[in-house]
Design a protein. Structure first.
Length: 444
């Protein structure tokens, strides 16, 4: 379930932004944590060096007989001071682990660091000859050497320093840095999603528009490019709505005006005595009346307001209805069927689709009669004719006069038939085989 959702969402710009943000978010956080660990290790090394320098400073100061206040002032430059705590109490504190041999021992208590110097003096033993030391007038040792072997009365290991720079401040600094960066990243994601949200709304409105819904609104208060696109789209929808309303009003007026002469013609034809002329006139006016009804259906279809009145019908009955609309004799088309096919369709609307396909088959037939094959799950209309110059999808567009000449019709036949078949959840397929056009209505 989750995998299918990911596959469906992988092309979404919002999904890609979220994935990219999560990736960047974790990478930046990991880099900051790694940097914190590196800096923490570096800080520990520098702190140990600072502590060592402090003890050396104490040692030199005592050799120079400086006062305690002077030593304290010098230690302040290193953010250190001498603690009042006794060295024996250090064993109760937590001792930090260190790598390598170092004369510095560090203890922590209540987030404070206590530092002790472990004195490791060097021992000099002169050579012996027959149990007596031999001195061969060695040169006097340097001053540093004197410091090493002749320390002042107070030993350094009895001094405990306290660090004024707490570990908490260092950690708080990195927590603050990480928090600020995370907040900025989250704010940027929110800002980006807010700016791109109109695109999602625009997509939903376009889907509604494709179904014929012109009641949508996409106007957005903003001056950025996305807002401008959404507002221009809103203006285009308003103009489309005005055009549709104007077209509907025009068609209603035309059909209303045509109904009046047809009704008068039917009344006049009824006044004639029974004769062949009377039947011809009645049939003509019935044909005109049906054409008006067909125009109304086409108008509903093209405006997206069509509603289907479905029921189960014999395929042969639908074809005969198409013949009646065309005023066509049944001997003009050959019908071949072995099984009685039933279709769950709107009778009038589907008859129009068949009528247009049959009409084209007759008009553009070059030899013999067109044929209609009724199969188990299809209806096929076949006629001999020249090969089409373009792909069939080009002829499914409205007002196509290359296949359906303007002298014969409006170029709406295939467009109307294809759309009627689609809204019934069927499929209209086309093949050109051995100089024959094959239009197949697939039911499954």
């Amino acid at each position: 379930m989750v995998i299918n959702w990911l596959i469906n969402k992988k092309h979404s710009i919002f999904f890609q932004i979220n994935i990219f943000f999560i990736f960047i978010f974790f990478i930046i956080n990991i880099l900051i944590i790694v940097q914190f660990l590196i800096d923490n290790k570096t800080k520990n090394i520098l702190d140990e060096k600072r502590y060592f320098n402090a003890f050396r400073m104490i040692l030199d100061s005592k050799m120079m007989n400086k006062s305690e206040d002077e030593i304290s002032l010098l230690l302040q430059t290193l953010n250190l001071k001498i603690s009042d705590i006794h060295v024996d109490k250090l064993i109760d504190f937590k001792k930090e682990k260190k790598e390598g041999a170092s004369p510095i021992e560090i203890y922590t208590s209540n987030e404070k660091k206590y530092i002790q110097f472990i004195d490791k003096p060097l021992h000099f033993r002169p050579p012996f000859f027959e149990g007596k030391p031999i001195f061969l007038n060695p040169p006097p040792p340097p001053k540093d050497f004197m410091h090493e072997f002749f320390p002042p009365p107070q030993r350094l290991e009895n001094i405990v320093l306290i660090d004024d720079l707490t570990e908490t401040e260092f950690k708080y600094f990195w927590v603050l840095v990480l928090s600020i960066i995370d907040i900025l990243l989250i704010w940027f994601l929110y800002f980006l999603r807010k700016k791109l949200k109109p695109l999602f709304v625009l997509k939903e409105n376009m889907i509604k528009l494709s179904t014929g819904d012109l009641s949508i609104k996409t106007r957005i208060n903003g001056k950025d490019e996305i807002s401008e696109v959404a507002n221009e789209f809103d203006n285009a929808i308003k103009q489309l709505k005005q055009l549709r309303d104007s077209r509907n009003l025009f068609l209603r007026n035309i059909m209303h005006e045509l109904k009046t002469p047809i009704t008068k013609g039917k009344l006049v034809s009824d006044m004639y005595e029974d004769s062949e002329r009377k039947h011809i006139l009645i049939r003509v006016f019935q044909r005109l009346e049906y054409l008006l009804s067909e125009f109304a259906k086409i108008e509903e279809l093209t405006s997206g307001k069509i509603s289907l009145n479905k029921d189960s019908y014999h395929a042969i009955d639908l074809i005969e209805q198409a013949f009646d609309i065309l005023l066509l004799d049944s001997n003009k088309v050959d019908i071949d069927y072995d099984k009685d096919l039933f279709l769950d369709v709107d009778f009038e609307l589907f008859s129009i689709a068949l009528k247009n396909l049959i009409d084209n088959a007759i008009l553009y037939n070059t030899n013999g009669n067109p044929e209609i094959f009724i199969g188990e799950d299809f209806i096929k209309i076949v006629n001999k004719g020249e090969k089409l110059k373009k792909d069939i999808n080009e002829y499914y567009k409205p007002f196509n006069h290359e296949y359906e000449d303007s002298s014969v019709g409006l170029g709406l036949g295939l467009y109307v038939s294809n759309n009627i078949i689609k809204i019934h959840n069927f499929k209209l397929e086309y093949e050109y085989i051995d100089n024959y056009h094959n239009f197949v209505i697939k039911l499954n």
